[in-house]
Design a protein around this ligand. Structure first.
Ligand code: ATP
Ligand code: MG
Length: 752
């Protein structure tokens, strides 16, 4: 079907034809025939890269242009939200009315805000969590939403993130039962069931823009599902690299999926060494430029240096611990073909559009603390495969699993290559998962009686798949907890207390809220940074949990003893447990607190990684959750009248955001100045904004880590006079520094 024939406004057709679209892909045609442009609900379960986004785009634009109906586009990840935002930018020139263009916004992060400005936008792209928080803040514009797109809806089956999406959809349907739901999914077994829940037409396709060959490597040979096979010459290295090298030699690109972030970095390093030895590097200059961009973007860290070093070999790694600016550069450089091998954690498989000719799945197992090792689902395996094959560049894509024995090869064939993806199952049933949603349902007045609460949860996918009765008992338990902890009043009506409403808006687990509230009342003899950092480290919301490694107990125990008087809770006995907390669990809390404590006292990231043996990226994540929990603690301290703690909590939030001691707080408020540059400035005698105002650009450039562009940026922010000849000197310096060879720059930094 031609795009030209579609019943959509001409302005949209013009945008699409300019973007190079003319024919619809078969799944898109199916969706149109199913009535998605006439407002029908749809579940489209179709392989990766089969063009699901366009279906949502067309329905969205039609709603905005023809009915002035707002669109909410939900994605499970921040990275995906920004990718979709860019996809929608092509419509930003389309006029909705004369002189009024279509407005697209993206929102994520900051869960404690109702973002009223979004009322002015037509298409709002949001993460599921952010949408949940907006619903809790009762953002008034939500009632104007006419179309909701649930991208990657199969994540409903994930214990951590699934229930949020499920509840968001249930709420949106409750607010406006006539809302059009467009659910996009990877291929799953029960799209029909999902369709019944959403009263949507289910469409399942196996169509792929580039044919896929799935296979298993064993002993120098890849055996494909279609019966063909390929010899991989052995080189005394790992089959992953031997296979990768063959593909690169043949002009293709390779994506290697690893289990952990650490492995992603290591795999990249080894792949780079092999590639460097085996192949000439025709594109040295291009690679140096990319590496230079990595080093000059954001704060300089060891991880960034390792990445830059790998890029020089035409290889990179990609994981959630990389700053998003670096991830973007890596993604771009892989898309342009400059990078040949990318080694990535599974997050990359979840929807970011970054295909390669060959996907190598280095491990089909995962590890979870307290659970052990377990094999990945077929659904996850299929997501990896989905990244294989670049449209327009590759005639086919390949996905390869690695077997070490013949038995394993059989196992992998049977359980992955030939297997069907699983059904997806709601994970809303666990009390721990349900608890915050029950509070939010009462706090936002979605339910004002116990019956109402039951009726609301009877609308969820969980109740649809299992039995509404199964949820009833759980609701009762949760309600008694919320009443006991004074978050909900059980009068004639169910009503959230001020505390309950605040907790729901702060987007924290009610159990965390109780810990914070009680901690604030218990008080330590002196409330120090350690007191507060430990307090937030006790909550179930702190993530990731950092468990002590072997041999670390003693060090943590010592730290706990040193700070004995500072904890805002009872410290458990060494043996046995106190209030259900064992000493081991206590040490895990101490570990989180200690990592945060070192972070705000300017221990280097590499130093923290080394001493505590955490994964790269863990620091970033724990700092992120800590910021949010400190904000919540601040708000609760305000609510319960602990005014004497407010300044300390506020400063701690900034210090945690930036990773600095108190004395650097004024400096890090400047854009472009992070913990490392602020420390250099401070040590060079620039201790506050006034001193920076008086400094000349040359003074600033004499400070280590401050280059011409940063010096200029600082001056622009603090003001003060800059002489004309200084500007001139600065301009030539800037030009010179980009000319500088990366290699010398790199060598200098690695000698430190
Ligand atoms: N009709 C079309 N003609 C040409 N290219 C298309 C067409 N439809 C989609 N594409 C391109 O196909 C690519 C993949 O599309 P899209 O991101 O929508 O995949 P998807 O089905 O959402 O996959 P995923 O499971 O990865 O989310 C995009 O680069 C898009 O521009
Ligand atoms: Mg998609």
């Amino acid at each position: 079907m031609q795009l030209e024939e579609l019943p959509i406004p001409d302005s949209i057709k013009a945008v699409l034809s300019k973007a190079g679209y003319d024919l619809l892909y078969p799944p898109q045609e199916d969706a149109i025939k199913a009535g998605v442009l006439e407002g029908k609900n749809l579940v489209l379960a179709s392989p990766t890269a089969s063009g699901k986004t366009l279906v949502a785009e067309l329905a969205a634009l039609k709603s905005v242009l023809e009915k002035d109906g707002k669109v909410l586009y939900l994605t499970p990840l921040r990275a995906l939200a920004s990718e979709k935002y860019e996809d929608f930018q092509k419509y930003a020139t389309v006029e909705k009315a004369p002189g009024r263009r279509v407005r697209v916004a993206v929102t994520s992060g900051d869960y404690d805000s109702s973002d009223n400005y979004l009322a002015n936008y037509d298409i709002i792209i949001s993460t599921n969590e952010k949408a949940d928080s907006l619903l809790r803040h009762r953002s008034p514009w939500i009632a104007d939403i006419a179309v909701v797109v649930a991208d990657e809806i199969h994540i409903i089956t994930e214990a951590e993130r699934g229930p949020t999406l499920e509840v968001v959809l249930t709420r949106l349907l409750k607010i406006n039962p006539r809302i059009q739901v467009i659910a996009l999914s990877a291929t799953i077994k029960n799209a029909k069931e999902l369709g019944e829940w959403l009263e949507a037409v289910p469409i399942t396709t196996e169509w792929r823009p580039v044919p896929l060959r799935e296979g298993v490597y064993y002993d120098g040979q890849i055996q494909f599902k279609d019966g063909s096979s390929r010899i991989i010459p052995k080189m005394n290295s790992n089959p992953i690299f031997e296979t990768g090298l063959e593909v690169v030699k043949d002009g293709g690109q390779v994506l290697i999926f690893t289990e952990t972030r650490r492995q992603a970095v290591e795999t990249g390093k080894k792949a780079g060494a092999i590639l460097r030895r085996a192949l000439p590097r025709p594109d040295r200059r291009g690679l140096e430029n990319i590496a230079q961009r990595i080093l000059s973007t954001g704060e300089r860290t060891r991880l960034g240096e390792v990445l830059a070093e790998q890029i020089l070999n035409g290889v990179a790694f990609h994981h959630a611990g990389l700053p998003s600016a670096h991830r973007k550069i890596v993604e771009e450089s892989f898309k342009t073909g400059r990078l040949k091998i990318l080694s990535a954690t599974p997050t990359l498989a979840a929807g970011v559009n970054l295909p390669a000719r060959t996907v190598i799945i280095s491990s089909y197992e995962r590890y979870e603390a307290g659970y052990g090792r377990y094999p990945i689902s077929v659904l996850e395996y299929k997501q990896f495969c989905g990244r294989a094959g670049r449209p327009r560049y590759d005639k086919f894509g390949e996905a390869v699993l690695i077997a070490r024995t013949e038995d394993e090869q059989d196992y992998l064939f049977k359980n992955y290559v030939l297997a069907d993806p699983e059904r997806i199952w709601s994970k809303l049933g666990a009390e721990k998962v349900l608890r915050p949603h029950v509070l939010a349902t009462v706090a936002t007045k979605f339910a004002t009686t116990e019956d109402g609460l039951e009726r609301f949860f009877a609308q969820t996918f969980y109740a649809f798949q299992y039995d509404p009765k199964m949820i009833r008992g759980k609701l009762g338990n949760i309600l008694s907890f919320l009443v006991r902890e004074q978050m909900v009043d059980l009068g004639q009506e169910l009503k959230a207390t001020k505390f309950g409403r605040r907790v729901s808006e702060l987007y924290i687990d009610p159990v965390s809220a109780v810990i914070l509230r009680d901690g604030l009342y218990t008080r330590a003899r002196h409330v120090t940074d350690v007191s507060l950092l430990h307090l937030i480290s006790r909550t179930p919301d702190i993530s990731p949990k950092l468990y002590p490694r072997r041999g670390e107990d003693e060090m943590l125990d010592l730290f706990a003893k040193e700070h004995r008087d500072e904890f805002m809770c009872e410290v458990p006995e060494y043996y046995g447990d106190t209030n259900g907390i064992t000493y081991e669990e206590f040490l895990a809390e101490i570990k989180c607190a200690r990592v945060l404590y070192e972070w705000i006292n300017e221990t280097s990231e590499d130093g923290i990684l080394e001493v505590h043996r955490v994964e790269p990226g863990d620091i970033l994540r724990i700092v992120d959750t800590a910021k949010w929990l400190l904000h919540a603690t601040y708000r609760l301290a305000e609510l319960f009248g602990h005014r004497d703690l407010l300044n300390q909590l506020y400063e701690l939030q900034i210090r945690c955001t930036k990773g600095v001691k108190s004395e650097l707080v004024p400096l890090v408020e400047l854009e472009g100045v992070g913990r490392i540059r602020a420390r250099s400035l401070f040590n060079a005698g620039f201790k506050n904004l006034e001193e920076l105002r008086r400094a000349s650009i040359t003074d600033l450039m004499n400070v280590p880590t401050i280059g011409p562009s940063v010096a200029k940026k600082i001056k622009e922010q603090v003001g003060g006079l800059i002489k004309a000849e200084e500007w001139e000197a600065l301009k030539s310096k800037t030009a010179e520094s980009t000319e500088q060879s990366l290699l010398t720059d790199y060598r200098e930094s690695s000698n430190v």
